[in-house]
Design a protein around this ligand. Structure first.
Ligand SMILES: C[S@@+](CC[C@H](N)C(=O)[O-])C[C@H]1O[C@@H](n2cnc3c(N)ncnc32)[C@H](O)[C@@H]1O
Ligand SMILES: [Zn+2]
Length: 196
């Protein structure tokens, strides 16, 4: 019997030079909001293995393909990685990274037009032992009007001390904070520390 030819769809994206940095990933056709574009693939390492692999790296070199999944796993897209490693950081991004069962995917958070560069917010985690010039090293060149100037997460605002002990009605149960989900979201959003 004759086979009916199956219609292949054009690829969703292409990799080419970017104005932001090196190579970038660009929509090759319209990508709808909510589309899973690509999985972030590469060697899955422990943090210790990643440290060992890149121990000789210049601390002033911000280039990395490492992506922190959680406190145990780092994906090194520099080894066995795919095109996801070329998605640059943006401060007003059209994509986000999301975790499903310890796998990382890049998803469209709005409809993206053909030719637009894909970007997600790396939110590189700040550490207490960061060098004073860390924001310079990780300077952002995304070009967004709202660019925060750094690929690092925004510095945490110091908590204002209450002027006096806050009142609490006797017998009133302490309720869970309304933003109780933020912990989980943040963990998922530990997008890209290991950028060393
Ligand atoms: C996962 S790679 C992205 C692909 C990279 N453009 C390339 O050609 O290899 C991440 C690295 O790209 C660079 N990069 C990504 N977004 C950037 C941005 N908004 N501003 C400056 N450099 C950026 C940084 O060196 C970062 O460590
Ligand atoms: Zn920016």
């Amino acid at each position: 019997m004759k086979k009916t030819p199956t219609r292949r769809r054009a690829p969703l994206f292409e990799v080419r030079h970017s104005r932001i940095h090196g190579f970038g990933v660009f929509a090759a056709r319209r990508i709808r909001k909510g589309t899973t574009i690509i999985e972030y693939l590469g060697d899955r390492l422990s943090h210790a293995q990643a440290d060992e692999r890149y121990e000789d790296k210049d601390p002033n070199d911000n280039h990395t393909f490492l992506f922190t999944v959680d406190a145990r796993i780092v994906i090194d897209a520099g080894v066995n990685g795919n095109e996801a490693r070329y998605v640059n950081h943006g401060c007003d991004p059209n994509c986000e990274s999301s975790m499903r069962g310890k796998r990382i995917f890049i998803e469209a958070i709005r409809t993206i037009q053909p030719g637009e560069e894909l970007a997600y917010d790396y939110q590189i985690q700040r550490d207490s032992d960061d060098a004073p010039n860390v924001d310079e090293v990780f300077a952002c060149r995304c070009g967004a009007v709202s660019c925060r100037g750094s690929m690092l997460e925004a510095p945490k605002k110091p908590r204002k001390k209450p002027r006096r002990a806050p009142h609490r009605a006797a017998g009133k149960k302490k309720t869970r904070p309304a933003n109780g989900r933020r912990g989980a979201q943040r963990r998922e959003a530990l997008k890209a520390r290991r950028r060393r």
